[in-house]
Write a new protein. Structure first.
Length: 119
């Protein structure tokens, strides 16, 4: 990757409405129109989902920081699809003992597209 877009375009940061939301014990910085891969949500494809746990909202340079969440703020997204993440392999081995174990894991993910940020 050549570099961080936001590092070189700091003048745009105050002009764009963005939010930081939490889902699946992870935090994501989102803008309307973004596509995210979050941990599996049991909602059908094409249906809207609302993330009510919004930690921070920047609305045209006016920053709202929650304690722990911003009151009356939510992020609305549409479920695009359900996928499985890349395979992670854990390999254990003890030398000279004939012991080796391979365990694989693929995380279930949901792809969502952010439609709007509500305050």
């Amino acid at each position: 990757m050549a570099g961080c877009f936001w590092c070189y375009h700091r003048s745009l940061i105050g002009k764009i409405m963005y939010a930081v939301l939490e889902t699946g014990s992870k935090q994501y910085r989102v803008v309307a129109g973004d596509k995210l891969e979050v941990e599996r949500l049991y909602i059908e494809e094409g249906k809207p989902v609302t993330f009510a746990r919004v930690l921070l909202v920047n609305n045209d340079g006016k920053l709202s920081i929650g304690n722990p969440t911003v009151a009356n703020a939510s992020v609305v997204a549409d479920v695009v699809g359900h996928i499985r993440g890349p395979k992670k392999v854990a390999f254990k081995m003890k030398r000279r003992k004939g012991y080796h174990r391979t365990v694989g894991h693929r995380q279930e993910l949901t792809v969502v597209k952010i439609t709007e940020i509500k305050l």
